[in-house]
Design a protein around this ligand. Structure first.
Ligand SMILES: Nc1nc2c(c(=O)[nH]1)N[C@H]1C(S)=C(S)[C@@H](COP(=O)(O)O)O[C@H]1N2
Ligand SMILES: [Mo]
Length: 302
């Protein structure tokens, strides 16, 4: 893979004020805020407050406060231990119940799929959150290329597990890290494969070179450093469900009304803040995803 030269990527984010930025990419603010951000429109004080409320988290926190158990269970140690992860060359195998199984090199992924910015909230099941300006593309675009067959009902994601490079693999967990989505969840426009943050390629600590991002689900669904995407007919096993099935279900939608067995999920601490704030249903993406779960009990399908 040709190395992305950081200086070749226009750091446009730095030159935009928050309002211009949100106008371009905001999914965090919703339709009213998008309107307020239209050219020439000065947001009301109330709207400005809402814009500030979900301001992107500072880049240092995003890069140095990480969950990535393959490296360490200590969030502040991951970035140092992961720093030298070899991400070039890199291949993502897309296989299983598809018409066109394909091995995508990282260069294929960057060439074939238009990269765009998406600012999303990230809510960890542990009770903290960030707002991350991702660069990436809808997973649906990749699935359209490989063409899932009629038998495909779920998508299984597998991530790198290399004992030579990942000191955390010595811990007794069911490696490799794996995750899953129902096919319609995977096809939802909010579901992206991310390749960057703040207009720069991902750091290893954030899941370089390509990771899943599913913003309405707890952060652990957003698997890092993907090596395989498999279309399957049955609900796949997932890393955290194998470890603690009563605590981490397959769906794991952010839901302030469904407590973790050991703590409430009603509030969260936004990194950079001291006060806790209310957690939003589906992490604030109810309008976009609630229909996926119509008629399902969100209590039993946790
Ligand atoms: N392969 C892998 N992916 C992973 C994890 C992990 O330990 N290994 N941790 C998850 C959890 S619990 C969270 S909250 C997010 C954190 O992503 P970030 O460090 O980029 O903010 O990554 C998720 N993806
Ligand atoms: Mo998490």
């Amino acid at each position: 893979m040709e190395k992305i030269n950081r200086s070749d990527i226009t750091p446009s984010w730095l030159y935009m004020n928050r309002r211009q930025f949100l106008q371009k990419v905001s999914l965090v603010g919703g339709a009213a805020i998008l309107a307020a951000c239209a050219p020439g429109v000065i947001p009301t004080e109330e709207e400005e407050k809402i814009i500030q409320y979900d301001a992107p988290t500072d880049i240092t926190s995003i890069k140095t406060y990480n969950n990535y158990y393959e490296f360490s269970v200590y969030k502040d140690r991951v970035f140092e231990l992961a720093e030298n992860l070899k991400t070039d060359p890199w291949t993502v195998e897309v296989s299983g119940l598809v018409e066109n199984p394909t091995n995508f090199s990282m260069q294929d992924i960057l060439n074939q799929f238009t990269q765009e910015e998406r600012i999303y909230r990230l809510r960890c099941v542990e009770g903290w959150s960030m707002v991350i300006p991702w660069v990436g593309f809808p997973l649906a675009k990749l699935l359209e290329v490989v063409k899932p067959t009629a038998e495909a009902k779920f998508v299984r994601f597998e991530t790198l597990a290399d004992p030579e490079q990942m000191p955390g693999l010595t811990a007794n967990f069911p490696w490799p890290y794996q995750e899953g989505l129902r096919l319609d969840e995977a096809m939802n426009d909010l579901t992206i494969l991310a390749t960057g943050i703040y207009n720069e390629p991902l750091d290893p600590a954030n899941g370089a070179p390509v990771r899943l991002v599913v913003p309405w689900k707890y952060g652990f669904k957003s698997a890092k450093s993907l090596i395989k995407i498999e279309l399957v007919s049955e609900m796949p096993a997932t890393f955290w469900n194998l470890i603690a099935p009563r605590e981490y279900g397959f769906y794991s939608n952010v839901n302030p009304d469904v407590s973790h067995p050991r703590w409430s999920q009603a509030t969260e601490r936004r990194i950079g803040e001291t006060q806790r704030r209310p957690t939003l249903m589906f992490n604030g993406y109810e309008e976009e995803v609630a229909a996926l779960y119509e008629g399902m009990s969100l209590q039993s399908n946790y």
